[in-house]
Design a protein around this ligand. Structure first.
Ligand code: HEC
Length: 157
């Protein structure tokens, strides 16, 4: 599966000079906000990590509709793009075999945040001060506001 994805995603070079190795990001490496870590880099990172892929499930306690209002909420969409600008996204995507996908899975649908437990969200928002598992965002306050809104939603529903 991973070998197939690598083959499908790696451009075929015309000459040796055209060949550029895929950048394998560091665990907590991020691009500027709005940019995304490429799937090729993520596949390479997951492959290098070598751990067994995770399988995600709904940990939110409620079932979401395909037209869930969170899917058009600018803060939620911003939060997701912040994650996708970091290598964190790579191991948390079940479709490429990410080993951390069980804990929270960007590919879980329709609303990926439902795949994260309250505990995992508090880790992601930095309340537990795990340096490698806090989202490295320049706007941690906004990250926390999104997470707090999600926890409040779970308390309500
Ligand atoms: C190399 C793969 C990999 C990368 C890169 C990665 N993670 Fe994870 N992550 C995992 C795995 C595997 C787990 C499952 C628990 C464990 O092994 O620590 C996990 C679990 C987590 C959890 C849940 C912790 C809990 O106790 O519920 C959070 C939050 C998290 N990661 C955040 C991040 C953030 C933020 C980044 C980027 C700074 C990141 N991860 C990058 C593999 C990765």
């Amino acid at each position: 599966m991973i070998a197939f994805l690598l083959a499908a995603c790696t451009p075929t070079p015309d000459t040796a000079a055209d060949w550029e190795p895929v950048h394998v990001p560091e665990h907590s490496e991020c691009y500027p906000s709005g940019e995304e870590v490429s799937i090729e880099s993520c596949v390479a990172l997951v492959e290098e990590d070598g751990r067994y892929p995770g399988v995600s499930e709904n940990k939110s306690g409620t079932a979401a509709d395909p037209d869930d209002p969170r899917l058009t909420d600018p803060d939620y969409l911003w939060f997701e793009s912040e994650i996708r600008s970091c290598a964190c996204a790579c191991c948390h995507m079940s479709t490429i075999g990410g080993p951390g996908a069980y804990f929270w899975d960007l590919d879980y649908g329709p609303v990926w945040i439902d795949s994260a437990s309250r505990w995992s969200l508090s880790v992601l928002g930095g309340w537990t001060e795990e340096p490698d598992q806090t989202l490295p965002s320049d706007d941690l306050e906004r990250v926390r506001a999104v997470i707090e809104a999600e926890i409040a939603r779970r308390d309500r529903d």
